[in-house]
Ligand binder design. Structure first.
Ligand code: C2E
Ligand code: MG
Ligand code: MG
Length: 353
């Protein structure tokens, strides 16, 4: 620590000249922390009433931050100057990435790729796309959504990012619907995070985007994972009902990999199930068949994802699955590449590959 800073601190503590600087820093850290941790405990044990999902999320974040500061105070206390005792290299990387998310959002480093969804009943015609988020990091290159989505959820940026992607996807959809008109207009699937569903005005935001872009609501399909059916049940239910009123369709993504109760499928306004690619990869046709049967009984549509081989295509077709996506047909594409595909006859010529 510089001499100047030491002197500044000592000026605030005229009677504490006998104290070491580290004692003062510790004192400065611990005094507010004691009060903060007290309030956090009261909140945790619901002394101020039940928290909303968003409130719970903020509480978790505050608890993590308080723990970090406590660790810092302990480390200074024990004169432990090793940064490794405070925070691991992996944690530093994660913190840096979390920080970069904010600048990345402002610098427009996020964009969407689009993976075609085809219909076997319509001669392998492209009936729509799934929008998949990508992050072009300035030094780390392309980062997978499986890495940055959980981070964006943790730092509370997912709501803003999610709305940004929704807006982009709807604008792109409107453009393609106008460029490639059809009796059965192209559709767009957009993934949602559970945290987005717990935001009270989410459905209102969706309505505004639909209105602004002028797409027909039923051409937008929002994908939620099974965990959304388990977590924050009350607010999510309200949101699902609002979305249904707006006319947007709701798909259950990665179906069969979570632990939701099957009866929730009947209670909630879902339109389709997506068979998770793990069942395709493991050639688990019994599960795929059971999902198709369940969906048909409940009047739900089905899309199978992760189709990579002709064998998988034929097997699923024989089980009655008509909508699919996967590398066999196309990898996720840039908007330009997807537009070029639509400019052809929009029929995926994977047999020729
Ligand atoms: P998901 O929604 O289940 O998306 C399917 C994932 O499988 C995508 O990975 C896609 O690129 C990949 N995929 C498609 N076909 C095949 C195939 O034939 N073989 C294999 N091995 N993989 C295939 P991606 O783009 O890395 O996305 C991973 C997950 O990240 C998504 O899983 C979704 O849960 C999440 N995600 C992506 N974009 C968004 C977004 O905009 N918002 C939110 N909340 N989550 C997103
Ligand atoms: Mg999905
Ligand atoms: Mg999926």
């Amino acid at each position: 620590m510089s001499q100047d800073l030491k002197e500044d601190i000592y000026l605030d503590y005229p009677s504490s000249h006998f104290l070491d600087t580290s004692d003062i820093i510790c004192h400065e850290l611990r005094t507010p922390l004691t009060a903060i941790q007290g309030v956090l405990k009261l909140l945790k044990y619901q002394q101020f009433g039940t928290l909303s999902e968003e409130g719970q999320h903020l509480l978790d974040m505050a608890e993590r931050n308080a723990t970090r500061l406590t660790r810092l105070a302990n480390s200074i206390d024990h004169q432990n100057s090793s940064i490794g005792a405070l925070i691991s290299v992996a944690e530093i990387e994660t913190l840096k990435l979390e920080n970069d998310l904010f600048s990345g959002f402002n610098q427009q480093e996020f964009f969407l790729h689009y993976q075609p969804i085809i219909s076997t009943a319509e001669n392998h015609q492209i009936i729509g796309f799934e929008a998949l988020a990508r992050w072009q990091h300035p030094s780390k290159g392309l980062i997978s959504p499986t890495i940055f989505i959980p981070l964006a959820e943790r730092v509370g940026l997912i709501q803003q990012l999610g709305l940004y992607w929704l807006q982009q996807a709807c604008e792109q959809l409107k453009y393609w619907q106008q460029e490639f008109p059809s009796d059965c207009p192209l559709t767009m699937n957009v993934n949602l995070s559970t945290a987005q569903l717990s935001s009270h005005d989410f459905s209102h935001q969706v309505e505004k985007i639909i209105h602004a872009t002028g797409i027909a609501p039923h051409t937008l399909k929002l994908e939620v994972t099974e965990s959304a059916l388990i977590e924050n049940q009350d607010i999510a239910l309200e949101t699902f009902i609002d979305l249904q009123r707006i006319g947007v369709q709701i798909y259950v993504d990665d179906f069969g990999t979570g632990y939701s109760s099957l009866s929730r499928l009947q209670d909630l306004p879902f339109d389709a199930l997506k068979i998770d690619q793990s069942f395709i990869r493991s050639q688990n046709w019994t599960i795929s068949e059971a999902i198709l049967l369940l969906a048909s009984r409940l009047g739900l549509d089905v899309v199978a994802e992760g189709i990579e081989t002709p064998k998988e295509l034929y097997k699923l077709t024989s089980l009655g699955c008509e909508k699919m996506q996967g590398y066999l047909f196309s990898k996720p594409l840039t908007s330009q590449e997807a537009g070029q595909l639509l400019e052809g006859d929009a029929r995926i010529s994977f047999f020729l590959q």
